[in-house]
Ligand binder design. Structure first.
Ligand SMILES: [Zn+2]
Ligand SMILES: [Zn+2]
Length: 348
């Protein structure tokens, strides 16, 4: 038996093609029929060849919402027929690291959509997906939670809110948000949900700044305008916190420059370049630097009720919807931000 999925073929190449039908391999597994799957910025690392080692034929994607088809005998928290959502990686929920809340560093966890040298897990951009450690990974979709919000909670929104937590926001903080893609825009919403009103959004792309402004914040391109806007909001010595969603040296340098002495830099963009400031510059600013992969499963637990209550508009970051059969075009549009694309999903 086989099914269809959006598969990695090589740099710049994906295809809707046949893959082996997933089956229960352990009593702790579940099989989920996918209803909606997200395209994420991290899917673009192998697509653009920035990250290597992904086996051709791997199903892409790590954001999905669907319905449980089968569950192993060791899975009691969800049952066949339940609608469920998942974080981007599996987690057992019981190891020492999971128990501290850092579910994204589960001792037994695996990322969806990453198979290298034959080892790993297929992703969620397929008709069906196998979910190991289903008990600690899947969560039933609450009544009233939209598919879009559930999908975002498993990655982009959970991550955005984690950045807001790392940034140690207070309602009177002056905050700079660098990068207004999907996660950055959701970061603005998270900061606002935490009561912050003085926010400067930074992005070089005018349409993305317009989206930030539509949320009620001021926005500008990277450059001297950032410090000017920060000062105009009362941050004469600089911003209290910066939420950095880009992951490039220039963004990190800008974050350092606009922070006040004693400020907090929360970094969610995954950096591969050296630090854009020196240890002595960090010392001279009494800088607090916080970073790391979001514990998305914990965020699903903590944030779902709040998102339903306080953020009914989260789904607006999803600008494009595609049939998975149309994946070549979907990846092209999403990867090159054509047609104002911020966030795209496949609907099955
Ligand atoms: Zn992602
Ligand atoms: Zn664990």
């Amino acid at each position: 038996m086989a099914m269809q999925g959006v598969c990695f073929r090589g740099v710049g190449e994906v295809a809707w093609q046949e893959v082996a039908e997933p089956r229960l391999e352990r009593p702790t597994d579940a099989i989920v029929a996918v209803e909606m799957a997200g395209l994420c910025g991290s899917d673009l690392h192998p697509y653009f060849g920035r990250e290597t080692g992904l086996d051709p034929g791997t199903v892409m994607g790590h954001e999905f919402v669907g319905r449980v088809l089968e569950a192993g005998s060791g899975v009691t928290s969800v049952r066949p027929g339940d609608r469920v959502y998942a974080p981007f990686s599996t987690s057992c929920g019981t190891c020492a690291t999971c128990r501290t809340g850092l579910t994204s560093r589960c001792e037994h966890g695996q990322l969806f959509g990453w198979i290298s040298g034959g080892v790993g897990l297929h992703g969620g951009q397929a008709e069906r997906v196998r979910v190991p450690l289903a008990e600690g990974t899947l969560k039933a979709v609450s009544a009233g939670l939209s598919s879009e919000a559930a999908l975002l909670l498993g990655d982009n929104l959970g991550t955005a809110w984690y950045c807001a937590e790392l940034a140690e926001l207070r309602p009177d903080s002056v905050v700079v948000v660098i990068g207004c893609g999907s996660v950055g825009l959701l970061g603005i919403m998270a900061a606002q949900a935490e009561g912050v009103t003085r926010i400067v959004a930074v992005d070089p792309v005018p349409e993305r700044r317009a989206r930030a402004e539509a949320l009620g914040v001021v926005a500008c391109a990277p450059g001297p305008d950032v410090a000017r806007l920060v000062a105009s909001l009362g941050g004469a010595r600089g911003a209290d916190s910066v939420m950095e969603f880009v992951g490039l040296s220039a963004a990190q340098r800008l974050a350092w420059e606009v922070l006040r002495p004693g400020g907090v830099m929360a970094v969610i963009g995954c950096h591969s370049a050296p630090f854009a400031f020196s240890p002595s510059e960090a010392y001279d600013k009494n800088l607090t630097y916080r970073t790391g992969r979001c514990p998305a499963r914990r965020q699903m637990e903590r944030l779902t009720e709040r998102v339903m209550r306080d953020l009914p508009h989260v789904a607006q970051v999803i600008t494009h919807r595609f049939a998975p059969q149309d994946c070549v075009r979907a990846y092209d549009v999403f990867a090159h931000q054509r047609d104002g694309c911020v966030k795209a999903v496949f609907e099955f």
